[in-house]
Design a protein around this ligand. Structure first.
Ligand code: UDP
Length: 483
């Protein structure tokens, strides 16, 4: 029959690196399947993904796949925000945070204009843009919600919203809350709950809107894969009845392009990788808490003590989430001397080439806050984790890593760190040694995470589950077009 023009999908990521990065990677994956992709975002956020998109487009030119476009629109100016503050990473106060969210809602106008002018076959919009479900429906465009988290975390939120188990739990931060109906026993302290209607009613309402919008959408797209959390995939289909496509880990697309475009943001990339070249296989721990979680001087102090005490060589990212406290505020005694040796640790101030570091043979562990992208990147590169989650889905992701998959060791032992105060350097050192030292436990963890890394690779390859999920999504969208 007649040759159809390629499917066109509009991506509309939330404005934070942890959402923009996987969306750029996902666009690269979709483009490799022959889908025309456009990413709608603002100037500062476009800069974060520009080099990743350029790399994907270089690869596409060789294979004849469609190029990815970035449609750049101004960040809505409502006053009261410092210039250049266009994403979650740049926010430093609650006042700014409120202004930022208020301004960001005005992106609905350019979003709708794009739909009206370009009539894409579908939109993949972040679940945080819950209003995009109705906006897309008004334009007759199917909307897919992008869930930047695990199926497990998604199922926990759903259980929480559906059952409100907090209703019968005392108003005590240490009270235990059981989330009903999940494949595994998921119990957290009240203070660890991502949403607590008693504490933040607005937040609860927001999550209900998000959940409702996702459920009236065409479906949900996950950066995960069937083999990673099969019980939760099954649970999701049984209880939510929505459609889901699991197309990850999308970071593998960037890994195959020898790192991400964002790695170019890191002036320390080359020297760090050369430093890692001097280290034996599996001997170094990489320490990072992502782009939004900044550490206090007390936390940095205990981390430095822990890294020193562990005796394990380390690469430590300080201040990727913004300005780090001056070292005089946190450096323990003897740490400057330890660093001066040059061979024990490498500190990166600012942005790290995370994917390249994780993929280096010298890597033996990742001390992580369990952001979903970091977690998946560790799984994809077969690196076991030392977990120190702080808030939101990070606590659920830790449960997946430690309790369900058995590919990590928890520093806090599931206790609420924020409420119980300090994590001591001794506990940090003990967890690192438990994971990376010579032991049966360490060997078992390493074997499991290598195996998962292989499963991740198979999932995205031709005929794998994630590869096939992209294909079935394309078939549905094509069928809709001709219907
Ligand atoms: N990242 C990076 N270099 C850094 C810090 C973060 O490349 O110095 C990347 C990391 O690889 C991941 C993303 O930024 O893809 C962070 O997402 P995640 O979900 O792990 O955490 P968040 O920052 O959203 O809390």
């Amino acid at each position: 029959g007649e040759q159809q023009p390629p499917l066109h999908i509009l991506f509309f990521p939330f404005l934070a690196p942890g959402h923009l990065i996987p969306i750029a990677d996902m666009a690269a994956v979709f483009a490799a399947h022959g889908i025309r992709c456009t990413i709608l975002t603002t100037p500062v956020n476009a800069a974060i993904i520009r080099s990743t998109v350029d790399r994907a487009n270089d690869a596409s030119r060789a294979t004849g796949c469609p190029a990815i476009d970035i449609s750049v629109v101004p960040f809505p100016d409502i006053g009261g925000l410092p210039p250049g503050v266009e994403n979650g990473m740049a926010l430093t106060s609650d006042v700014d945070r409120e202004r930022f969210f208020e301004a960001a809602q005005l992106l609905r106008e350019p979003f709708e204009r794009f739909l009206a002018d370009n009539r894409p076959d579908a939109v993949v919009s972040d679940s945080f843009w819950h209003w995009s479900a109705d906006a897309a429906a008004e334009h007759g465009v199917p909307r897919l919600a992008f869930l930047g988290t695990s199926m497990l975390a998604r199922s926990c939120t759903e259980s929480m919203l559906r059952n409100n188990p907090l209703e019968t739990v005392p108003d005590d931060p240490d009270a235990l809350v059981l989330l009903p109906g999940l494949p595994h026993r998921v119990e957290l302290r009240r203070s660890q709950m991502m949403i607590d209607p008693a504490k933040r009613p607005g937040h609860w309402a927001l999550f209900q809107s998000i959940n409702a919008a996702d459920q009236r959408s065409f479906g949900e797209v996950f950066n995960s894969f069937h083999g990673l959390e099969p019980d939760y995939v099954e649970h999701y289909h049984r209880t939510l009845g929505s459609r889901a496509w699991l197309v990850g880990p999308v970071a593998l697309a960037s890994k195959d392009m020898a790192g991400r475009g964002t790695d170019a943001l890191s002036p320390d990339a080359d020297s760090c990788l050369r430093w890692l070249d001097t280290k034996p296989a599996g001997s170094v721990v990489y320490v990072s808490f992502g782009t939004l979680t900044s550490s206090s001087p007390a936390e940095l102090h205990q981390l430095a003590r822990g890294l020193a005490l562990s005796g394990v060589d380390f690469v430590w990212v300080i201040g990727a989430a913004g300005q780090a406290p001056d070292s005089s505020e946190w450096m323990p005694e003897g740490f400057a001397e330890l660093m001066a040796r040059g061979d024990r640790g490498f500190i990166i101030r600012g942005w790290a080439p995370q994917l390249l570091i994780l993929d280096h043979p010298a890597l033996g562990g990742f001390l992580t806050h369990c952001g979903w992208n970091s977690t998946l990147e560790a799984v994809s590169t077969g690196v076991p984790m030392v977990t120190w989650p702080r808030y939101a889905d990070q606590l659920h992701n830790e449960q997946l890593v430690v309790d369900v998959l058995g590919v990590g060791v928890s520093i806090t032992g599931g206790k609420d760190y924020a409420a119980s105060g300090e994590v001591m350097g001794e506990a940090i050192a003990e967890s690192i040694v438990r994971l990376m030292g010579d032991s049966e436990e360490g060997d078992a963890i390493r074997e499991k995470v290598k195996d998962l890394g292989m499963k991740a690779r198979c999932a995205v390859e031709n005929g794998g589950s994630s590869y096939n999920d992209v294909g079935s999504l394309m078939d549905e969208l094509m069928a809709r077009r001709t219907a």
